[in-house]
Design a protein around this ligand. Structure first.
Ligand SMILES: CC(C)(COP(=O)(O)OP(=O)(O)OC[C@H]1O[C@@H](n2cnc3c(N)ncnc32)[C@H](O)[C@@H]1OP(=O)(O)O)[C@@H](O)C(=O)NCCC(=O)NCCS
Length: 318
């Protein structure tokens, strides 16, 4: 038995924050942001929106695309770094909002690799026959953990959600999954605050050593993509679509160049979304499926890297 993505969906909050808007908030410029990151705008959630609200719309879109109803879902995994609350999990809150009863529901925390981790986990449930239709979601509201006075980080991130339905299938589907982590890099990219005595202790905002993150990301993404391709006796030229984590156009271009994958086979959404962390891969995937780029039978490779550090890839036949 195999697992196969049978529907995708996404949701972006209405409010758009442009680079020009940011020029009025911090000492930055549209030119600096576009040249260094490729980002021109990002979406920002309303103050009263939480991660499960964004996830709800994305999930409904994915279920509709898969042609299934809430009664057909028997597993929910939500990847998020910005959960609604400490507990219960955002997956349980989403389950209730979707009107689903009794199926297992849990969150995965692997920061920007979260969706790849969640999809690899769902694959084990579905391909082993334990579940028929898993709802796998990446949803983030990074605008709530950004220091809007820190130009080094506030220009990079955005809010959004993406979702897929992973269903049992007689044909592949997911061909292989590849997950890695290295906790020794945990201080390079973090939101180090913790809760104690009913208050956030320490710095609640994102801290990042930008150039260290950049170099590490390019190195491990090349490695993990090679791992996925070689384990399946394929070559980079066989990949029809690379759907990378959307952190920075220069990371995406460097990875593609090192692998010899032309940019017209790479799905790019970072220009319009910024870095939406765990939501970025399913958001980009949904766009490329809906605009007709990704078609049945094609080889699609997802790859992501994020805080932890964590990184991974999922190779699939669409
Ligand atoms: C963040 C990033 C764009 C910075 O680019 P960079 O070329 O490394 O730039 P540096 O950090 O060396 O900073 C260069 C200069 O730009 C300045 N700068 C930083 N942010 C700026 C901004 N938004 N606007 C204008 N100038 C800025 C710095 O202060 C520095 O000035 P200085 O030379 O006077 O000290 C880049 O390191 C990066 O993309 N890193 C990866 C980030 C990422 O993807 N994180 C998530 C991973 S999942």
């Amino acid at each position: 038995m195999y697992s196969k993505i049978t529907g995708t969906g996404s949701y972006l909050p209405e409010k758009i924050l442009t680079n020009q808007d940011l020029e009025n908030m911090v000492d930055t410029s549209d030119d600096w942001i576009r040249t260094r990151t490729g980002i021109t705008q990002r979406h920002i959630a309303r103050d009263d929106q939480v991660a499960s609200d964004l996830a709800l719309y994305a999930s409904q879109n994915a279920m509709k695309a898969a042609g299934i109803s809430n009664k057909d879902i028997d597993l929910i995994i939500v990847a998020t770094t910005t959960p609604d609350m400490i507990f219960p999990s955002t997956a349980c809150i989403l389950q209730n909002k979707l009107g689903i009863e009794n199926c297992p529901a849990f969150d995965v925390q692997a920061v920007c690799s979260g969706f790849v981790y969640a999809l690899a986990t769902a694959d084990m449930f579905v391909s082993s026959g334990k579940c028929r239709n898993a709802l796998v979601v990446g949803t983030e509201i990074y605008s709530k953990i950004i220091d809007w006075n820190d130009r080094g980080t506030c220009v990079l991130f955005g809010d959004g959600a993406g979702a897929v339905i992973l269903s049992q299938s007689n044909e592949p589907g997911i061909l292989s999954t590849h997950l890695h982590a290295s906790g020794s890099y945990s201080n390079v990219l973090s939101a180090p605050g913790s809760i104690s005595g009913g208050k956030v202790q320490g710095d609640p905002y994102i801290n990042m050593e930008g150039s260290t993150v950049f170099k590490f990301a390019v190195k491990v993404l090349e490695e993990v993509v090679h791992e996925a391709i070689s384990q399946n006796n394929l070559e980079a030229a066989d990949i029809d679509w690379l759907v990378p984590h959307q952190a920075n156009i220069r990371i995406i271009q460097s990875t593609a160049k090192k692998l010899g994958i032309p940019m017209d086979k790479v799905v790019v959404a970072v220009d319009k979304h910024g870095n939406t962390s765990a939501a970025s891969i399913p958001l980009a995937l949904d766009i490329a499926v809906r605009d007709g780029r990704i078609n049945p039978g094609q080889l699609v490779l997802l790859e992501g890297v994020g805080g932890g550090f964590t990184w991974g890839a999922v190779l699939m036949r669409w």
